[in-house]
Design a protein around this ligand. Structure first.
Ligand SMILES: Cc1cc2nc3c(=O)[nH]c(=O)nc-3n(C[C@H](O)[C@H](O)[C@H](O)COP(=O)(O)OP(=O)(O)OC[C@H]3O[C@@H](n4cnc5c(N)ncnc54)[C@H](O)[C@@H]3O)c2cc1C
Length: 433
């Protein structure tokens, strides 16, 4: 690290959100420190990209590195219902035959490393194995309670790889610490989504069946019988496939036998769910598991306040919906790029108020809320996207737009005008209660 203990901006967390923000702010000429607690490259879940990541990746200048990589190309997503019937793949390029309609399935360790290195190339001081111990806020006058957005961030206290701690002053602190949500947790503004109390168990296989041609790189989403859970299948380099199951926390863990009654072993719960998904069993026939079972719990939440004086939250540190549509990395890149523009404008004019740093949020939320609606639809029993498109074929393009992530335009939500009555009817269906 340079001797300077004062930066225009300190970015906490070297995932996609943090590296994006750091690259753009450093590129604009402001001194930027990016700190990541792990040694890079580090493991992370979340391997399937949404096509609309293209534009931020282009802006960052990393598309060529992705084109040169061994990451499988993703042209489509396909859904398999609880009876094992597969939808036709939603081909992104059929709807819009441009390069941006193709994306990648990535090893996150490698993908995140590309973005981390890119931030350094753009001039950010990037430090891994450096943990943020706390965000330093200004003392409130006279000990009066101060609302979250009025708490002014002044910098951070960090611990480097050698164990030395030091204080760093910053005009703006960007929290990109992912599910850690350092600032939101500290200020008590993080709220779990009570409707999406989900958990996930995932692992990796070598030699799982792949479809031929451009379908080899598709993400496949499969419902289990009774629709109590769903699996993702994400093809990765070297014939490795990421396979994970997602279900309600209570459904996945409560009352499961395992070696400790009521606290199922991840491997056993995974096997029990797999037994309910014959279409996936077929794909895994003959495949070898190459990793342990990994678990994530209760990952859907949002901060009630996105920014305050001298600080702003981006990526998962701001909020996370659900992995069903692979929107996490896209939202991380998009929110970080939008927030970075507000930070740069604020640093230029000397306005680093919460109002200035939150300027990107309404635009972002207008799009993000559509993915949230699409998630709700997927989890609505008795609702079927297949039936919806049959009844309203004019919305097929609009649905593909949402799956691509093309959500930041005025007409993006039109599809929900006709979907809402079908969803309401599905929710009224007797066995859904
Ligand atoms: C089960 C599951 C499946 C998913 N599947 C997908 C998918 O297929 N596609 C997709 O796009 N998204 C997926 N996601 C979401 C995706 O993983 C995240 O949305 C994405 O990683 C968010 O990026 P980020 O930069 O905000 O946070 P992260 O990638 O989590 O980066 C945060 C970084 O901050 C660091 N950090 C934390 N605390 C500190 C600290 N105190 N000091 C310094 N550094 C710190 C962490 O080490 C980490 O490197 C999935 C999520 C889950 C839970």
């Amino acid at each position: 690290m340079s001797d300077s203990s004062s930066f225009d901006c300190v970015v906490l967390g070297g995932g996609p959100a943090g590296s994006t923000a750091a690259a753009l702010i450093a590129e604009a000429g402001f001194s930027t420190l990016l700190v990541e607690r792990e040694k890079m490259p580090r493991f992370h879940v979340g391997e399937s990209l949404m096509p609309e990541t293209y534009w931020t990746l282009k802006r960052l200048g990393v598309l060529e590195r992705l084109r040169q990589s061994a990451f499988p190309k993703k042209y489509s997503v396909q859904f398999v219902n609880e009876d094992g019937d597969a939808s036709r793949p939603f081909y992104f390029h059929k709807h819009d035959p441009r390069e941006c309609s193709q994306t990648w399935q990535v090893w996150r360790s490698e993908f995140d490393q590309i973005l981390f290195e890119n931030a350094a190339q753009k001039g950010a001081d990037c430090r891994d194995r450096t943990r943020v111990l706390e965000v330093l806020f200004e003392e409130g006058a006279g000990g009066e309670p101060v609302s979250a957005e009025r708490q002014r961030a002044r910098g951070v206290r960090i611990q480097d790889a050698a164990g030395h701690t030091r204080k760093i002053a910053a005009r703006v602190v960007i929290d990109a610490t992912g599910q850690q949500s350092l600032i939101a947790t500290r200020l008590g503004i993080r709220r779990e989504d009570p409707h999406l109390r989900k958990s996930s168990i995932w692992t990796y296989y070598r030699g799982a069946k792949r479809d031929p041609g451009i379908d080899a790189g598709a993400t496949i989403i499969l419902h289990t019988k009774n629709k109590d859970s769903w699996f993702w299948v994400i093809p990765l380099p070297d014939d490795v496939t990421s396979v994970g199951v997602v279900g309600d926390v209570d459904y996945l863990w409560k009352g499961r036998g395992g070696s400790q009654p009521g606290r199922g072993e991840p491997s056993e719960v995974f096997a029990e769910e797999l037994a309910l998904c014959p279409a996936l069993i077929q794909r895994l026939n003959g495949a070898q598991r190459t990793d342990s079972f990994r678990v994530a719990r209760e990952f859907s939440y949002k901060a009630t306040v996105p920014a305050g004086d001298g600080w702003v939250l981006v990526g998962d540190a701001y909020g996370f919906i659900d992995p069903i549509y692979s929107s996490g990395v896209y939202f991380a890149l998009q929110s970080a790029a939008m927030a970075a523009d507000c930070v740069v404008a604020g640093l230029r004019t000397g306005d680093t108020s919460g109002g200035q740093l939150a300027g990107w949020v309404p635009g972002f939320e207008a799009g993000a809320t559509l993915i949230r609606q699409l998630v709700d639809a997927y989890y609505t029993n008795h609702f079927s996207f297949g039936r919806f498109i049959k009844a309203h074929p004019q919305h097929a393009a609009g649905l593909t737009d949402l799956l691509i992530g093309r959500i930041f335009h005025d007409r993006a939500g039109d599809i929900f005008d006709d979907m809402a009555p079908m969803l309401a009817e599905a929710r009224r269906a007797p066995s859904a209660e």
